[in-house]
Ligand binder design. Structure first.
Ligand code: TRP
Length: 441
């Protein structure tokens, strides 16, 4: 069978940006920035994104388009030997990340409903905190929302590359950007918002440490969907005429823009109402509803915000499931629809312990962490960086001439930064990632 392709260039960019833009941008980035010195973290993050991040993305695109397969198949076809192991690692990471990502995404659906019902309309973070703990610790409800979210993901992926993923992202991503702009305007025009803006944009370098770099790199990999073969898979559906460096540039810029804007929505509002910006993972589920409750027409903005989160999560979870589906379709000859349903169900089942670990299973710990935190940790801090390390080594040392031809589309597109990309893939990225991996252990 002929391999499916994206319908248009913009469709591919939106689908890929949809994968990158997700809970990582809106839920994680603002509190990471708040906890790590505001603008100082931002500077480190931007530097990492535009050196290592964008280079790994381009490396993945090149592997995907040259190999025209899922991560395992592409690496086997391009070189074989031990390299497909990197693809298998990606498959494992996709199962793990999809399982807990869908749990959190399920919360966002529940919160969109709660916001619409007016249940969140209290300005007392204590009450909201208790509500969040009750909800996420409940043994049944979050699992039902997790199932609902997984079913949505399966529905999109079963529709195929063009009719499912591309079409839904072409609608959803512009909608997300629109909601984000509305929210940012609202947040920045609140009285007292400027203090938040100052905190966000004025660097505090005393907070920069090795941990800042570690955190920024892990965040960059997660936010750009790198290190496990999403970009290999999406690149494998790409036409040979497409300009890869330019695509990587657009996707990276879009992802960064959304992260920065999410910070612009959340931090000024949190400051305007004198809440603690460092509230951590609970920020969007506990602190923000309290902020919305104090705004005029807060219910509307709260609903908009949680709908935004659902959209962001959906276009990302779709890419995680697509990696799994592509593997079983290419390598095992499964039918796309059956693969989407079966693999989505397995990921759903795998997510149940994560969900329970926030409530009735909270006493069960692995290496001092709850199941949820443990899976998040080994995927973001171990599997993704390891995958990124292997991918840059593969491109930089194993298939460099072929990768260079791929990056210029056989000379059709000039790539003036080719020399820099080569140095980053060969030396800078592997060394930086290895250093950060080792310091994290
Ligand atoms: N990038 C998405 C986010 O920021 C999450 C995501 C989708 C992801 N696909 C991925 C993370 C692949 C790592 C690897 O929410």
């Amino acid at each position: 069978m002929k391999r499916a392709h994206w319908g248009s260039r913009i469709g591919f960019i939106l689908a890929t940006a949809g994968s990158a833009v997700g809970l990582g941008n809106v839920w994680k980035f603002p509190y990471m920035a708040a906890q790590n010195g505001g603008a100082a973290f931002l500077l480190v993050y931007v530097a990492i994104v535009f050196t290592i991040g964008i280079s790994v993305m381009l490396a993945e695109f090149a592997i995907g388009r040259a190999g025209e397969r899922n991560p395992v198949g592409a690496l086997r076809r391009l070189k074989g030997g031990p390299w497909p192991v990197v693809g298998y690692m990606g498959i494992a990471a996709a199962f793990i990340i999809l399982s807990f990502y869908s749990v959190v995404a399920g919360w966002t659906i529940a919160y969109a409903f709660k916001a619409a019902a007016g249940v969140l309309a209290t300005s007392d973070p204590e009450v909201l905190g208790a509500m969040f703990n009750d909800f996420s610790g409940n043994p049944a409800q979050p699992i039902l929302y997790h199932l609902l979210f997984m079913a949505l993901t399966v529905g999109v992926v079963a529709g195929g590359i063009h009719g499912g993923i591309e079409r839904s992202c072409t609608i959803l991503l512009p909608l997300l950007l629109l909601i984000l702009v509305v929210l940012a305007v609202r947040s920045l025009t609140l009285p007292g918002a400027m203090e938040g803006l100052r905190f966000y944009l004025q660097p505090d370098f005393s907070k920069v440490s090795a941990e800042t770099f570690n955190g920024a790199l892990a965040q960059a990999f997660f936010s750009l969907s790198l290190g496990m073969g999403v970009m290999i898979t999406y690149g494998s559906y790409l036409s040979h005429r497409e300009n890869l460096p330019r695509s990587a540039m657009w996707v990276t810029a879009c992802d960064l823009l959304v992260a920065l804007m999410a910070g612009l929505v959340i931090l000024p509002a949190v400051f305007a109402f004198s809440f603690d910006p460092q509230a951590g993972p609970g920020l969007v589920f506990i602190t923000l509803p309290a902020v919305f409750a104090q705004m005029p027409a807060g219910v509307v903005f709260a609903v908009l915000f949680f709908v935004l989160l659902v959209i962001a999560a959906l276009t990302s979870s779709v890419s995680l499931l697509e990696v799994l589906v592509a593997y079983f379709v290419d390598q095992w000859g499964w039918r796309r629809k059956s693969a989407a349903v079966a693999l989505g169900f397995i990921a759903f089942a795998l997510g149940i312990p994560s969900s329970l670990s926030l409530g009735i299973w909270s006493n069960f710990q692995i290496a001092g962490r709850s199941i949820f935190d443990f899976l998040d940790y080994i995927s973001s801090n171990l599997l993704l960086p390891l995958g990124g390390l292997a991918i840059t080594l593969f491109v930089g040392w194993v298939i460099l001439p072929q990768a260079m031809r791929e990056a210029t589309s056989e000379g059709a597109h000039p790539f003036p930064l080719a020399g820099i990309w080569r140095v980053i893939c060969r030396y800078v990225a592997p060394i930086a990632i290895a250093w950060i991996l080792l310091s994290g252990l």
